[in-house]
Design a binder for this molecule. Sequence first.
Ligand code: CTP
Ligand code: MG
Length: 233
Amino acid sequence: MRVVAIIPAAGSGSRVSGDVPKQFILFNNREMISYTLEVFQNSEVIDEIIVATSGQGRDILHAIKERDGLTKLTKIVDGGLERQDSVYNALKEANLAFDDLAVVHDAARALLPPEVLARAVATAKEKGSALVCQKARDTIGFLENGDLAESGNLSYIDRNKVYLVQTPQIFRYGELTEAFERAYSEGWYGTDESTIMRRAGYPVFISDGSALNFKITTDEDLVIFSKLVAGRV
Ligand code: CTP
Ligand code: MG
C-alpha cells in the first residue's frame, strides 16, 4: 500500500496582503510551502508527494525541489479554479491502486506536527480513512441565519460536539476518486474532501489535530507563523 501526499497549492491567498500567493511568501528565505513539504519529505510514513499549482508556482516548485532535495516530490500538476479542482487534477495524475492512501494536505498548513501526520496515517491504515480535527476549546455561539444584526439572539452549541476540521484528510484512492466523480456529476462543490466523502456515504474517522496545524489565512496568521519559524533554516 502506497501512501501519497497530495498538496493543493494553487490558491491566490486573497485574504492576505502581498504580491505573491501566500504559499510562496518567504520566511527565513524559504517559501511557506517549503516548510509544508519538509514535513512530508522527512516523514517515514509518506512514499510520494504530488503538488497542484499554477502559473509561476510551477517554476517556484521546481526550484524548491532542487534546493531542498525533495526526492519524494514526483509530480507538479496544474491547479484548478477551486481547491476541489486542484485536488482532483492531482488525483487524476496520481496513478495509484484502489487501496493506496491519498493524504490531502493544505499547502497553507505549514506547521503540521510530524506526530499528527503519523497518527492520522496509522488511523487510515487501520480504519480506511482519517480526518485530522481539533476539538473546540472556546464556547461556540450560533446565529440561526449567521446574521450579525441578529446577534441579540445568540444561542450556543455544546462545544463537546464540535470538531474543527483541519487537514491531512486521508482516504483510499479509489474511494476518494469515486466520491469526487460523484460530486462533479451532481455539480456539487465541497470545501474539503471529508464533506465529499460523507456525501458519497463513506465513513470518516477522526484523528487528533493540533493548534500548530492552523491554516495560515490572514495577515495576523502570517505574523504568528513568522514568529514560530523565526531562527529556523
Ligand atoms: N487551493 C488550491 N486551489 C485553489 C484554491 C485553493 O490548491 N483553486 C489551495 C491553497 O493554495 C491552500 C489550500 O487550498 O493551500 C487551502 O485554501 P485557502 O487557505 O483558502 O487558500 P487560498 O484559496 O489561496 O486563500 P483565500 O481563500 O484567502 O483566497
Ligand atoms: Mg480559499
